[in-house]
Design a protein around this ligand. Sequence first.
Ligand SMILES: Cc1cc2nc3c(=O)[nH]c(=O)nc-3n(C[C@H](O)[C@H](O)[C@H](O)COP(=O)(O)O)c2cc1C
Length: 362
Amino acid sequence: MVYRSLLRPLLFNLPPETAHHLALKSLSLARPFIGRSLAPDKSTAIKLFGLAFPNPIGLAAGFDKNGVALQELASLGFGHIEAGTVTFHAQPGNPKPRLFRLPQDQALINRAGFNNEGAAAFAQRVRTARPDCVLGVSIGKSKITPLENAIDDYLGSFDLVYEVADYIAVNVSSPNTPQLRELQQADQLTSLVRALKTRNRELQLRINRSAPVPMLVKLSPDLSTSELEMIVDVVGKENVDGIIATNTTTSRDNLNSAKQKVAACGEGGLSGLPLRSRSTDIVARIYRLTDGRIPIIGVGGIFTAEDAWEKICAGASLVQLYTGFIYEGPFVARKINRGLVEIMKREGVSHLQEVIGMKANR
Ligand SMILES: Cc1cc2nc3c(=O)[nH]c(=O)nc-3n(C[C@H](O)[C@H](O)[C@H](O)COP(=O)(O)O)c2cc1C
């Protein structure tokens, strides 16, 4: 309430990226005053990929690209944080402005372009400042690396973040790195995933980990039915541990904001409310295609517990949000976690796992 009536108007008066930096800075300064993470609730805690997620709500990739406020973000109630996307080479990202708000649509448009300090700097920082929750690390291709050398670039980042990551998300779906989404094509994805799996086993043996690091692939919401079918086939054949669905969309359909306002933002990925049903639909399609055998992390347009519930019923084992955090404020993860427990009581469900995919066929 205080966030929406007081803090959000102040923050929304600032350019979006300035507000973002201010929020991250305030969080890291608040470290001494921030309490511990939420105690897990037995009815929503979940074991997946051999990891214990204290609750199903995660912070999506892109919010804390450099891992500067992970502990503070965990204490806001997130059960997992997907940090990054980091790239092998540090890079500035696209020219500013590159982040825009569409309040009438509860949406954002961004073309950040993987601005980050690089995988090495990330790993060094996180080694001494791990969050009190599951930590995923998203890796992407450096802009200066040509597409034909993408595998080596991903492998470079993979090596660097391996020891600090509870899981690694392979980002092949950002619309803001030229050609990146071509890596979702079946043959390209197969080569990339195979190379990373081989490296995973080598590193596991070298550092004596009990198991390889779980590896997930993050997909675009703009895939055609046949593209999605091919990807799901590759993911199954290559034993990828899970799918994150979805990244932002390049579509600008069905927006309430004035056409000129939308056009003035220019290119980039749209996130938030207009993405919600599209990403839920993809979650359900993946669930159906895999008969629920490959865990899905559902992301796109989640603002409330009802939204999270809907994604879980469509087939997501876990969910993430980014835009909802900007619009609803710092307590959104706690609110959604509490709300989920209430919905479960209302629906007579004793563990959240019982409803995963329950409505995937609708
Ligand atoms: C400003 C911004 C930056 C993002 N950066 C990344 C990124 O670096 N890597 C990634 O995989 N997704 C990134 N995303 C996409 C989000 O992780 C998420 O998939 C998408 O925004 C849909 O979720 P939402 O509607 O809850 O925001 C970014 C999103 C936004 C708004």
